[in-house]
Design a protein around this ligand. Sequence first.
Ligand code: CUO
Length: 676
Amino acid sequence: MQWVIAAVLLAGLGQLVAAKYTRGEVPADKDFLLKQREVLKLLNKPHEPNRYKDQADSGSKYEPSNNLNRYKNPVPVKTLVKRYNSHSLLPRGQIFTLFDDKHREEMVLLFESMFYALDWDTFYKTACWARDRINEGQFIYALSVAVIHRDDAKGIVLPPSYEIYPHLYVNSEVIHAAYKAKMRQEPAVVRMNFTGTIRNPEQRVAYLGEDLGMNSHHAHWHMDFPFWWKPEEYGIDKDRKGELFYYMHHQLIARFDLERLSNDLPPVEPLGWRERIVDGFYPQTTYRVGGEFPARPDDFEFQDLSSIKVQDMVDYERRVREAISQQAVITMSGDYFSLNDTTGINTLGEMMEPSTTSKHRDYYGALHNYGHILLGKITDPKGKFNMPPGVMEHFETATRDPAFFRLHKHIDNLFKLHKDLLPPYKQEELVLPGVKITDVAVEPLETYFEDFDADLLNALDDTIDLDDVEIKARVRRLNHKPFTVQITAESERETLATVRIFLGPKYDWFGQEIPLEEKRQYLVEIDKFVTKVNSGKTTIQRKSSESSVTIPDRETTKLLVAKVENAINGKATINVNKDVRHCGYPDRLLLPKGKKGGMPFTLYVILTDFNKEKVNDLPYDYDYGGSLSYCGTINHKYPDSRPMGFPFDRRLSTEEFSMPNFCSKDVTITFKGDSS
Ligand code: CUO
């Protein structure tokens, strides 16, 4: 029904990707549009039997076992069908978590069945087959990752994660009110409050941890860069995946710390495996199939699980620290592998998450993944009460818990230990001869809170007697006024320069000015782009909406459906970017809140030589179709050979920062309160 209503609602022309990424677009042909429609239908109300007769019929008629020659590798699909027939798979209606080995292994079988399908028809029929048979959580995850990675699905847009599975994003109060509205058959907009009360200081930054866009970004990042990814088997290498794991999470923490400072909270404290976790968390969220997300009271300690012991974590960490201090990790074959200047961080990232490419999984363990599991199961470590998985056991919900940032800060400090042991950049690595920044100017930086309505249609069960009614969750969210950074440069010659812009706090929690060496860890990347610098004077203008870090608001499912339907019916044309990404920090959150009377921050701007940093021969302004800084690319090498976070990833003195191609500018961020 949603499909029909939406198609009638809209008759406008449009693009499938947000307007930001328009250069890499091509007009969508009929074949593409039909594929896009099929994917949207597959993800419509995935918790219920497929309501689309064509898909349901296709799924019931198709027998993957009779079509094994239609898969590049038939083993996964054969195994999946066998397990399905023997009823050993996680049933529909049960809670799926990626951190459970059995759940994940089954999900990967489904992903591989869809990924190895030799053509779209086979992929589609496999998906239709799985739609009503496989656990819905596994289905949503596997289908999303398959769509992101299949060649013939390039450019297909997935609905926002918070609309596919709203229970993971909104609290139980809202769901309850939504049900009431549906029973009464009255459209409703239900106000969602953030978890906790003002008596909990952490509540002051709950609007960031619980932000729908931030959680959706995080969930998509882990679909683009799954820790279970097998690059050799899948034939897709994820360039600098371990480094991206480090950098994206490092930036999430730095960004969180700026938000904390804006709310008079000190920077987040790292966790320790043997220390009490001072702040508890009560998620107030319920699974769609029932069962509340477990709460963690204040001052809990890590508990042994049957599969993971706290002492193991201490031991793994000691070995990681040893590797960092000797600047080499030991491999499975007993050799040493250098943690050198440039790729060492990638090796460490792969080891600590860990990826399948970890140099020695048995020896260095799974510090990060096990940390998520230990936190998720902390209140029922022995499984005595059969509690469902905790928020830390889903990437969609993890950042709601302040312990997420504490765990990641702990991991991040290990990365910092490695970076701080590397030699500082040499002068010749930092200079851009003949180029000088003479001025940096920026418009007033202003933030505010606004309302946002998220569609809850997928949250509610269908009933024969009750039609769907329009039900939305209304959340408060941070936004900022668009701004432009203007950089004036003088150059002795024409050149291509990479521009890097960072934002950092000026004062610490005690009100003291922070030295640059200490401040490095709090710097948030605001933008990175390549531009032409002319001989003589050049004025570079860059809008906040163009930032390489962010993506605009995701289009709603309803709008997507309408645009596709109109295009199929010839009422409109739409364009598509084949490099489209779903991963990206929300544009709205580019700036921290700041304070009512204005809060001082500092902008750092650096120009460097693009020709020394480029990794391919694509045009310097090539549109990679998404947020590069945290999310890299799907189909290309990471388009910057410098370490992520350069030049602040290593020790850096104020003198070095005084070079002509570096510039800092004090700015003020003013919080304007609530928009009406
Ligand atoms: Cu993203 Cu821990 O890796 O949540």
